[in-house]
Write a protein that binds this ligand. Structure first.
Ligand code: NI
Length: 268
Protein backbone atom coordinates (compact mmCIF):
# COMPACT_ATOMS: atom_id res chain seq x y z
CA UNK A 1 0.00 0.00 0.00
CA UNK A 2 1.35 3.36 -0.99
CA UNK A 3 1.90 6.11 1.48
CA UNK A 4 -0.91 8.22 0.08
CA UNK A 5 -3.42 5.39 0.11
CA UNK A 6 -2.54 4.73 3.71
CA UNK A 7 -3.23 8.31 4.58
CA UNK A 8 -6.49 8.33 2.65
CA UNK A 9 -7.69 5.23 4.45
CA UNK A 10 -6.67 6.73 7.77
CA UNK A 11 -8.62 9.92 7.09
CA UNK A 12 -11.56 7.92 5.79
CA UNK A 13 -11.62 5.94 9.02
CA UNK A 14 -11.47 9.11 11.06
CA UNK A 15 -14.40 10.40 9.07
CA UNK A 16 -16.32 7.21 9.66
CA UNK A 17 -15.96 7.56 13.40
CA UNK A 18 -16.34 11.31 13.76
CA UNK A 19 -18.15 12.22 10.54
CA UNK A 20 -21.63 12.85 11.96
CA UNK A 21 -20.26 14.79 14.89
CA UNK A 22 -18.01 16.94 12.70
CA UNK A 23 -20.61 17.84 10.09
CA UNK A 24 -23.18 18.86 12.68
CA UNK A 25 -20.66 21.04 14.42
CA UNK A 26 -19.16 22.50 11.27
CA UNK A 27 -22.10 24.78 10.58
CA UNK A 28 -21.92 26.27 14.07
CA UNK A 29 -18.17 26.81 14.30
CA UNK A 30 -16.83 29.99 12.66
CA UNK A 31 -14.23 30.05 11.26
CA UNK A 32 -14.85 26.42 10.39
CA UNK A 33 -12.14 23.96 11.23
CA UNK A 34 -10.91 21.57 8.59
CA UNK A 35 -13.09 18.49 8.48
CA UNK A 36 -11.59 15.18 7.43
CA UNK A 37 -13.55 15.49 4.18
CA UNK A 38 -11.76 18.76 3.41
CA UNK A 39 -8.48 17.05 4.17
CA UNK A 40 -9.20 14.18 1.80
CA UNK A 41 -10.28 16.56 -0.95
CA UNK A 42 -7.22 18.68 -0.36
CA UNK A 43 -4.84 15.76 -0.68
CA UNK A 44 -6.51 14.31 -3.76
CA UNK A 45 -6.50 17.72 -5.42
CA UNK A 46 -2.92 18.60 -4.48
CA UNK A 47 -1.27 15.26 -5.22
CA UNK A 48 -3.01 12.84 -7.51
CA UNK A 49 -1.79 9.23 -7.39
CA UNK A 50 0.04 9.48 -10.72
CA UNK A 51 1.50 12.87 -9.95
CA UNK A 52 2.75 11.46 -6.70
CA UNK A 53 4.39 8.50 -8.41
CA UNK A 54 5.93 10.70 -11.10
CA UNK A 55 7.31 13.07 -8.55
CA UNK A 56 8.64 10.17 -6.52
CA UNK A 57 10.95 9.20 -9.37
CA UNK A 58 12.51 12.65 -9.38
CA UNK A 59 12.25 13.73 -5.77
CA UNK A 60 10.56 11.35 -3.40
CA UNK A 61 7.90 12.89 -1.16
CA UNK A 62 8.76 12.38 2.44
CA UNK A 63 6.44 12.35 5.42
CA UNK A 64 7.75 15.82 6.31
CA UNK A 65 7.04 17.36 2.91
CA UNK A 66 3.59 15.78 2.85
CA UNK A 67 2.91 17.12 6.32
CA UNK A 68 4.02 20.60 5.21
CA UNK A 69 1.71 20.30 2.20
CA UNK A 70 -1.29 19.21 4.25
CA UNK A 71 -0.77 21.71 7.07
CA UNK A 72 0.09 24.53 4.66
CA UNK A 73 -2.86 23.73 2.41
CA UNK A 74 -5.15 23.47 5.41
CA UNK A 75 -3.97 26.80 6.75
CA UNK A 76 -4.62 28.50 3.42
CA UNK A 77 -8.12 26.99 3.26
CA UNK A 78 -8.83 28.29 6.75
CA UNK A 79 -7.36 31.67 5.77
CA UNK A 80 -9.54 31.92 2.66
CA UNK A 81 -12.56 31.08 4.81
CA UNK A 82 -11.51 33.77 7.26
CA UNK A 83 -11.28 36.32 4.40
CA UNK A 84 -14.77 35.35 3.26
CA UNK A 85 -16.07 35.93 6.78
CA UNK A 86 -14.39 39.35 6.94
CA UNK A 87 -15.84 40.35 3.56
CA UNK A 88 -19.32 39.23 4.61
CA UNK A 89 -19.06 41.26 7.80
CA UNK A 90 -17.92 44.36 5.89
CA UNK A 91 -20.86 44.04 3.48
CA UNK A 92 -23.27 43.77 6.39
CA UNK A 93 -21.77 46.87 8.01
CA UNK A 94 -22.15 48.73 4.72
CA UNK A 95 -25.82 47.76 4.58
CA UNK A 96 -26.40 49.04 8.11
CA UNK A 97 -24.59 52.31 7.30
CA UNK A 98 -26.54 53.04 4.13
CA UNK A 99 -29.74 52.08 5.92
CA UNK A 100 -28.92 54.53 8.70
CA UNK A 101 -28.26 57.24 6.14
CA UNK A 102 -31.53 56.63 4.34
CA UNK A 103 -33.32 57.43 7.60
CA UNK A 104 -32.17 61.08 7.25
CA UNK A 105 -33.92 63.39 4.81
CA UNK A 106 -37.31 63.09 3.19
CA UNK A 107 -40.07 64.83 1.32
CA UNK A 108 -40.87 68.51 1.86
CA UNK A 109 -43.29 70.96 0.25
CA UNK A 110 -42.40 74.65 0.67
CA UNK A 111 -42.70 78.06 -1.03
CA UNK A 112 -39.55 79.44 -2.67
CA UNK A 113 -38.44 83.09 -2.48
CA UNK A 114 -40.22 83.80 -5.80
CA UNK A 115 -43.52 82.53 -4.36
CA UNK A 116 -43.45 79.21 -6.23
CA UNK A 117 -44.36 75.97 -4.45
CA UNK A 118 -41.42 73.53 -4.45
CA UNK A 119 -41.47 69.83 -3.66
CA UNK A 120 -38.44 67.77 -2.72
CA UNK A 121 -38.95 65.81 -5.95
CA UNK A 122 -38.52 69.02 -8.01
CA UNK A 123 -34.81 68.79 -7.20
CA UNK A 124 -34.33 65.14 -8.15
CA UNK A 125 -31.57 64.85 -10.74
CA UNK A 126 -29.56 67.59 -9.00
CA UNK A 127 -27.18 67.68 -6.09
CA UNK A 128 -28.58 69.93 -3.37
CA UNK A 129 -26.97 71.43 -0.28
CA UNK A 130 -29.51 72.44 2.36
CA UNK A 131 -28.92 74.89 5.17
CA UNK A 132 -31.52 75.63 7.85
CA UNK A 133 -31.41 79.10 9.43
CA UNK A 134 -33.20 82.44 9.66
CA UNK A 135 -32.61 85.87 8.16
CA UNK A 136 -32.57 87.69 11.52
CA UNK A 137 -29.70 85.51 12.79
CA UNK A 138 -27.02 87.97 13.95
CA UNK A 139 -23.81 86.07 13.19
CA UNK A 140 -23.84 82.30 12.78
CA UNK A 141 -26.18 82.05 9.77
CA UNK A 142 -24.40 84.78 7.76
CA UNK A 143 -21.05 83.11 8.46
CA UNK A 144 -22.31 79.68 7.46
CA UNK A 145 -23.97 81.01 4.29
CA UNK A 146 -20.75 82.80 3.34
CA UNK A 147 -18.84 79.55 3.84
CA UNK A 148 -21.43 77.67 1.77
CA UNK A 149 -21.09 80.29 -0.99
CA UNK A 150 -17.30 79.89 -0.96
CA UNK A 151 -17.57 76.08 -1.11
CA UNK A 152 -19.91 76.25 -4.11
CA UNK A 153 -17.60 78.72 -5.87
CA UNK A 154 -14.75 76.21 -5.52
CA UNK A 155 -17.00 73.50 -7.02
CA UNK A 156 -18.12 75.84 -9.83
CA UNK A 157 -14.45 76.43 -10.68
CA UNK A 158 -13.71 72.70 -10.79
CA UNK A 159 -14.19 71.39 -14.34
CA UNK A 160 -16.34 68.32 -14.95
CA UNK A 161 -18.53 68.57 -11.87
CA UNK A 162 -22.33 68.90 -12.04
CA UNK A 163 -24.03 72.07 -10.82
CA UNK A 164 -25.00 72.11 -7.17
CA UNK A 165 -28.25 73.74 -6.02
CA UNK A 166 -27.94 75.45 -2.64
CA UNK A 167 -31.16 75.70 -0.59
CA UNK A 168 -31.86 77.88 2.42
CA UNK A 169 -34.80 76.70 4.54
CA UNK A 170 -35.98 79.09 7.23
CA UNK A 171 -36.67 77.96 10.79
CA UNK A 172 -38.49 81.27 11.40
CA UNK A 173 -41.51 81.11 9.03
CA UNK A 174 -43.38 83.74 11.08
CA UNK A 175 -41.01 86.53 10.08
CA UNK A 176 -39.19 85.10 7.04
CA UNK A 177 -41.51 85.88 4.11
CA UNK A 178 -40.46 84.95 0.54
CA UNK A 179 -39.72 88.65 -0.19
CA UNK A 180 -37.55 89.05 2.89
CA UNK A 181 -35.60 85.86 2.14
CA UNK A 182 -35.09 86.94 -1.48
CA UNK A 183 -33.53 90.23 -0.39
CA UNK A 184 -31.44 88.54 2.30
CA UNK A 185 -29.98 85.90 -0.03
CA UNK A 186 -28.73 88.50 -2.53
CA UNK A 187 -25.64 88.78 -0.34
CA UNK A 188 -24.75 85.13 -0.91
CA UNK A 189 -24.41 82.67 -3.82
CA UNK A 190 -26.55 83.77 -6.81
CA UNK A 191 -28.00 80.25 -7.22
CA UNK A 192 -29.14 80.06 -3.61
CA UNK A 193 -32.86 79.42 -3.36
CA UNK A 194 -34.72 80.33 -0.16
CA UNK A 195 -37.67 78.29 1.09
CA UNK A 196 -40.36 79.03 3.64
CA UNK A 197 -43.86 77.76 4.38
CA UNK A 198 -46.44 77.32 7.09
CA UNK A 199 -45.19 76.39 10.55
CA UNK A 200 -46.36 72.86 9.94
CA UNK A 201 -44.54 72.63 6.58
CA UNK A 202 -41.34 73.91 8.17
CA UNK A 203 -41.77 71.46 11.01
CA UNK A 204 -42.07 68.58 8.50
CA UNK A 205 -38.91 69.66 6.64
CA UNK A 206 -36.84 70.12 9.80
CA UNK A 207 -38.08 66.83 11.24
CA UNK A 208 -36.91 64.97 8.13
CA UNK A 209 -33.35 66.25 8.71
CA UNK A 210 -33.62 66.08 12.48
CA UNK A 211 -32.98 69.81 12.74
CA UNK A 212 -33.68 71.27 16.15
CA UNK A 213 -35.03 74.84 16.43
CA UNK A 214 -36.58 76.76 19.27
CA UNK A 215 -37.71 80.38 19.63
CA UNK A 216 -35.86 82.07 22.49
CA UNK A 217 -37.47 84.10 25.32
CA UNK A 218 -38.76 87.52 24.27
CA UNK A 219 -40.91 90.48 25.43
CA UNK A 220 -41.47 91.65 21.88
CA UNK A 221 -43.17 89.15 19.50
CA UNK A 222 -41.20 90.61 16.57
CA UNK A 223 -37.80 90.61 18.23
CA UNK A 224 -36.42 87.22 19.18
CA UNK A 225 -33.68 84.77 18.38
CA UNK A 226 -34.12 81.22 17.15
CA UNK A 227 -31.80 78.61 18.55
CA UNK A 228 -31.15 76.06 15.80
CA UNK A 229 -28.96 73.23 14.54
CA UNK A 230 -26.03 74.48 12.42
CA UNK A 231 -25.53 71.80 9.79
CA UNK A 232 -25.43 71.63 5.98
CA UNK A 233 -26.95 68.57 4.32
CA UNK A 234 -25.79 67.16 1.00
CA UNK A 235 -28.50 65.29 -0.93
CA UNK A 236 -27.68 63.30 -4.08
CA UNK A 237 -29.56 63.41 -7.44
CA UNK A 238 -31.70 60.44 -6.30
CA UNK A 239 -32.99 62.60 -3.45
CA UNK A 240 -31.06 60.57 -0.90
CA UNK A 241 -29.07 62.06 1.94
CA UNK A 242 -25.33 61.77 1.28
CA UNK A 243 -23.44 63.74 3.96
CA UNK A 244 -23.69 66.51 6.54
CA UNK A 245 -21.22 69.28 7.41
CA UNK A 246 -21.04 70.87 10.83
CA UNK A 247 -19.88 74.35 11.77
CA UNK A 248 -16.28 73.19 12.26
CA UNK A 249 -15.81 72.27 8.57
CA UNK A 250 -14.08 74.76 6.26
CA UNK A 251 -15.28 75.77 2.78
CA UNK A 252 -12.35 73.88 1.27
CA UNK A 253 -13.12 70.69 3.23
CA UNK A 254 -16.79 70.87 2.30
CA UNK A 255 -16.10 71.43 -1.40
CA UNK A 256 -13.56 68.57 -1.51
CA UNK A 257 -15.99 66.21 0.19
CA UNK A 258 -18.84 67.16 -2.17
CA UNK A 259 -16.55 66.76 -5.22
CA UNK A 260 -15.66 63.25 -4.02
CA UNK A 261 -19.32 62.33 -3.66
CA UNK A 262 -20.07 63.67 -7.15
CA UNK A 263 -17.20 61.72 -8.74
CA UNK A 264 -18.10 58.50 -6.93
CA UNK A 265 -21.77 58.92 -7.88
CA UNK A 266 -20.85 59.36 -11.55
CA UNK A 267 -18.83 56.13 -11.50
CA UNK A 268 -21.68 54.03 -10.09
NI1 NI B 1 -28.48 81.16 12.75
Amino acid sequence: MSLLRGLAVATWRTRGVMGANLSSRASIMKPRLLSSRDLTRLISRSVSESAYERSQKRSPITWTSLLVLVVGGGASVVYVKHLKEVKKKQEEEKKVKSHGKAALGGPFSLIDHNGVRREHSDFFGKWILIYFGFTFCPDVCPEELEKLTEAIKILDDTPGLPELQPLFITVDPKRDTPELIKTYLKEFHPRMLGLTGSEEEIHTATKAYRVYYSVGPTDNPNDYLVDHTIIMYLVDPNGEFAEYYGQNRTAKEISHSIANFMIRFKRN
